[in-house]
Design a binder for this molecule. Structure first.
Ligand code: SF4
Ligand code: SF4
Length: 382
């Protein structure tokens, strides 16, 4: 089958295996088919040698977290994330991946009214303990929320879909921190209902393209666009590659993770008493391995907490991976167990995580997390 993979990209893997220790699924299974090298080998077998799509091959592709921890470790700069996204798109196009129920689950994300209604229903069901714990919903799914008001026009503040429905308090904290630095922000709300990251992970890349086009049209101009979810920011920074147009490239260049942007404005924030907390920094994969701006989290947090501690696992994935924790709960749990052990090893008071999926996934294992913006906001207002 033609997976429509770029032959040069595919052949750039020299099968050295240096990426293997950085792959969470290989670390917990020890199985070559669950490693980046094994998955690339299987992509070649399917595309070049017309290997049949056996359940084992599909399982190898479906169990990839798409954390891209393998990319920075690769001496040949294999664009693994793009290879896997294209593989999934090709398989989803012919109905070999992302069955209808998964497509139905993703459908409300791009429609604010449907998302709000679905989220409220989930909130009520969750309160009545009708939602299985393994789905990893936050303990409190907000049913009604106050809207986010604009604080100015210096930057756009991307609000998105699930995060806005479930963690709007993080947006509020981020906007207050920006305001304290003298930066006025316009929340994007209906102008940009969803970035399309989860759809791209599921191989529904045409939906991501449509959402990207819609967002680019609604957020014209040259204002920076700040994002407080690592996964969304990574997806929006990839619109240039996804659409392959100069307009999309220019749009992606306006996208900044909020920590990345604030790192250049940290001196504009008031000097306050640091929070008396030992904070462990958990780097979301899409901040560290994809956007590669994770060091900014330290820059912005350092003045506001007593102590920052690092996790000694080279940024290994926590197993959240967008919808991965729902679709692959067993592997996601095993990967998380390793992360929780590493976190417990440094005995933090709290963990700072700049991605909603990671914080929910870790929260479901009893790890207390806050977004870096919430910690800074707390320091500024206490
Ligand atoms: S993206 Fe993550 S899970 Fe997938 S092969 Fe690379 S390191 Fe492994
Ligand atoms: S993806 Fe890179 S690091 Fe991994 S086996 Fe291929 S060339 Fe080596």
């Amino acid at each position: 089958m033609d997976l429509r993979l770029d032959a040069d990209d595919l052949n750039s893997c020299v099968q050295c295996g240096l990426c293997l220790p950085h792959c969470p699924t290989f670390r917990v299974t020890g199985d070559e088919a669950m490693s980046p090298r094994g998955r690339i080998h299987l992509m070649r077998e399917v595309q070049d040698n017309n290997a049949p799509l056996t359940p084992e091959i599909l399982d190898s592709f479906e169990t990839c977290v798409q954390c891209r921890g393998c990319e920075p470790a690769c001496p040949s700069s294999v664009p693994y994330g793009h290879l896997m996204e294209q593989t999934r798109e090709s398989l989803a196009d012919v109905g070999e991946m992302t069955p209808l129920w998964q497509r139905a689950m993703l459908a409300p994300l791009s429609t604010p009214v449907a998302l709000k209604a679905g989220s409220s229903l989930l909130g009520v069901a969750n309160k009545l303990n009708l939602v299985p714990k393994r789905l990893g919903l936050p303990a409190e799914v907000p049913v009604r929320q106050q809207p986010l008001d604009s604080t100015g026009t210096d930057v756009y503040f991307f609000t998105g879909c699930v995060m806005d429905a479930w963690q709007r308090d993080v947006h509020r904290a981020g906007m207050r921190v920006l305001q304290a630095a003298g930066i006025g922000a316009t929340p994007t709300n209906e102008l940009a209902p969803c970035c399309g990251a989860l759809q791209a992970h599921a191989g529904l890349t045409n939906q991501t393209r449509d959402l990207a086009e819609q967002m680019m049209l609604n957020l014209r101009g040259d204002r920076p666009i700040l994002v407080d979810s690592a996964g969304c920011g990574a997806a929006m920074k990839d619109y240039g590659h996804l659409l392959g147009t100069p307009t999309a490239e220019a749009f992606s260049a306006r996208v900044f993770d909020i920590q990345e942007f604030l790192a250049d404005h940290v001196r504009s924030l008031p000097t306050v008493e640091p929070l008396d907390l030992r904070v462990a920094v958990q780097d979301p994969c899409h901040l560290r391995h994809v956007q590669r701006v994770h060091l900014a989290t330290r820059t912005v947090l350092r003045p506001f907490v007593r102590e920052l501690v690092e996790l000694e696992d080279d940024g290994l994935c926590c197993g959240a991976g967008g919808a991965y924790s729902v679709l692959q709960p067993e592997l996601a749990g095993q990967i998380r167990d390793r992360k929780v052990d590493v976190i417990n090893g440094v005995r933090p008071d709290i963990v700072a995580s700049a991605n909603p999926g990671c914080s929910m996934h870790l929260g479901n294992a009893g790890v207390e997390t806050l977004h870096p913006m919430q910690l800074i906001d707390r320091a500024l207002t206490s």
